[in-house]
Design a protein around this ligand. Structure first.
Ligand code: KG4
Ligand code: ZN
Length: 344
């Protein structure tokens, strides 16, 4: 989707705003046709890269500069906006408040309702950006902050079937990338390096003999650390070793996801299963999930690659459902770093 404004539809628009971590984004979605009229995202990757991870205070400052710049571009469309949807939870508090404050100001000056969107619900709606939601569905959410398997009912009720006990899937990629000097964010860099790696290192799949349907990535991260330090101390950590470590790490992390999902699938029959979140762009993960879904006769649904990572289009899309249900927030809406997702 280009950031060029597309004019011409008579329907009203939802303005979506996302600033929960290190991406400033705004989108305009047609309420009736679900056509994305505008989407723009300003990423802060370059600024945080120097620090090897997101620096909250810097993120907040950059949002304050980026959001008004994006909103300036959609000024002519503001009269057609019927509601303002904003991510208010979960995320970095100092980042969330920037988007929430801007959304309140816009809703108030345009005299339209304000809609609070849970960021995780937004990720789920990235599966249905330009179509009505197809529920019930199982969903794997793999992002920098979360690793969860969700059971979403026909009316949108959510129950959590599995979650991580420590690091998330995406976060473990970021930490491995940092150890190997591949920069931030690490997911794309590790996946790219793994492509030129081969079978050489063996890492143990976490919680393999454990009956719990839960995830844990901190032990795997430590296995990578030990191997990396050993190679570095002996002066043998070259580009091929880094690629081989990435190859083994990515395969093991994906096997861990699949191993626990297989337990879930054995107990629960899904007609369709979606994968969302920034790390759902990982092609190794996608192909493993496809094989699992084929085995269990279930349809795999993925978000378009462009909308896997944080974006305001998914927030506008989730907000549109709340708009239709008349679920509006007051102008005293607060940002919250944590949340419990019970309904999308
Ligand atoms: O959903 P997202 O943009 O932000 C959060 O809500 O956290 O996800 C970002 C996470 C980062 O940890 C990033 O390294 C990871 O997604 N990621 C990937 C890939 N692309 C992004 N992880 C593995 N493979 C990828 N291709
Ligand atoms: Zn996210």
């Amino acid at each position: 989707m280009s950031e060029k404004l597309q004019h011409g539809s008579a329907g009203g628009l939802i303005l979506g705003i996302e600033s929960s971590c290190d991406d400033s984004s705004a989108a305009l979605l047609d309420i009736e046709t679900l056509e994305l009229k505008f989407h723009k995202k300003i990423s802060q990757d370059a600024e945080h890269c120097a620090f090897g991870g997101v620096v909250p205070e810097l993120a907040a400052r950059l949002h304050t500069a980026a959001l008004p710049k994006i909103l300036e571009q959609i000024k002519p469309e503001l009269p057609r906006v019927k509601a303002v949807a904003v991510t208010n939870e979960p995320g970095l508090s100092v980042s969330l408040v920037g988007g929430v404050a801007m959304a309140k100001a816009l809703a108030s000056s345009l005299r339209v309702p304000l809609i609070a969107v849970n960021h995780l619900a937004g990720h789920v709606y990235s599966l249905f950006l330009s179509q009505e939601a197809r529920l019930p569905a199982g969903v794997l959410l793999v992002s920098g902050g979360h690793t969860m398997v969700l059971d979403i009912g026909a009316e949108g009720a959510v129950s959590v079937l599995a979650a991580t006990m420590d690091d998330s899937f995406g976060e473990s990629f970021d930490k491995v990338a940092k150890m190997l000097g591949l920069g931030y964010p690490g997911g794309v860099a590790v996946e790219k390096a793994a492509k030129s790696g081969c079978e050489r290192f063996k890492f143990t799949v976490p919680l393999l003999g454990d009956a719990r349907t839960a995830y844990s990535f901190s032990g795997l991260k430590n296995q990578v650390r030990v191997e990396t330090e050993k190679l570095a101390e002996s002066g043998n950590l070259g580009a091929q070793e880094i690629a081989d470590i990435c190859f083994a790490f990515e395969n093991t992390a994906c096997k861990h996801i699949l191993n626990k999902l297989e337990k879930v699938f054995a107990q629960r029959k899904f007609e369709r299963f979606g994968v969302v979140g920034g790390a759902s762009a990982n092609l190794n993960l996608r192909s493993s999930l496809k094989a699992l879904c084929d085995k269990y006769g279930c349809e795999l649904i993925c978000a378009p690659l462009e909308f896997c990572s944080d974006n305001a289009a998914m927030i506008a899309r989730a907000g549109r459902e709340k708009y239709l249900r008349g679920e509006f927030a007051g102008l005293d809406l607060q940002a919250s770093p944590r949340s419990e997702l019970t309904r999308i």
